[in-house]
Design a protein around this ligand. Structure first.
Ligand code: GLN
Length: 259
């Protein structure tokens, strides 16, 4: 079996270490003898390459880089990107990426950046003097059916641990939240929600990077991609995640959160 990972604008949207999500998916495939190809979905990519990927990973970026991405992610490329999300391609989009998947992102300086309108949400930066949302973030997955799938996979409450660093605040309209904030700011530090979930697209403010700290999400993405590609239910070989579990327990304890 093989999986193609589409990596959104890696040179522009890798400010906060989200390349760790690509590496985590790649390794958890290779450890299971699944071949992996990583395809940069950037200015040099064409619509065929957007169509051929099985999982999409989008990282975080500064306002300026987000504006540069949207100069390119338009027209036929934007149409195909929307089509593959609507058709259920699994993806994980962090911070600056989901801001661009919404209707718009109003940065602290400069013009409003029109988004792709895939996620029914809007994002606004409250201004250069507003404090950034920075720190450890913990939330319980609530999005359906993702939360149920993960609970079945790990046999316990699906708690996600990450690190956030954003100025923009996101406000959900009809799209469902990804989870309920236990610690940290989440989408906007006001409504208690974190991220968004639509079709098989996971949108979150949690860097960390997210997937090495929460490998069950990586396995969910891999499983979805294989099921889509091979039209068959796939059970993944178990990986010894004992070190990750220890690290999570210690972090949750440090943050005074019951796991
Ligand atoms: N530039 C956006 C903001 O400040 C996204 C930041 C990020 O991707 N971490 O909200």
């Amino acid at each position: 079996m093989d999986i193609k990972i589409g990596w959104l604008y890696p040179k522009l949207m890798s400010t906060y270490g989200d390349r760790g999500n690509v590496i985590c998916i790649e390794k958890r495939c290779q450890w299971r003898d699944i071949n992996v190809t990583i395809i940069p979905l950037d200015q040099n990519a064409n619509t065929d390459q957007f169509r051929e990927v099985d999982i999409i990973v989008g990282g975080g970026a500064q306002d300026r880089q987000q504006e540069l991405v949207m100069r390119d992610l338009k027209g036929a490329k934007a149409d195909v990107f929307k089509e593959i999300i609507e058709n259920g391609i699994p993806g994980v989009f962090t911070c600056g990426s989901p801001q661009l998947l919404g209707h718009y992102y109003e940065p602290a300086l400069g013009q409003k950046i029109e988004g792709l309108g895939i996620l029914d949400l809007v994002s606004k930066h409250p201004g250069i003097n507003a404090p950034r949302c920075i720190g450890n973030v913990v939330f319980e997955l609530t999005a359906s059916p993702l939360a149920e799938d993960i609970k079945f996979m790990i046999g316990e409450k699906p708690m996600v641990i990450g690190f956030e660093n954003h100025g923009g605040r996101t406000y959900l309209q009809s799209v469902q939240p990804l989870g309920k904030v236990i610690k940290g700011y989440g989408n906007n530090g006001e409504d208690g929600w974190e991220g968004a979930f639509y079709q098989n697209a996971i949108a979150t403010y949690a860097h960390g990077p997210l997937l090495p700290k929460n490998p069950f999400i990586a396995d969910w993405l891999i499983q979805k991609a294989l099921q889509n590609k091979y039209q068959d239910t796939v059970s993944l070989a178990k990986i010894d995640d004992s070190l990750v579990i220890q690290a999570r327990e210690s972090l949750l304890k440090k943050l005074a959160i019951d796991s």
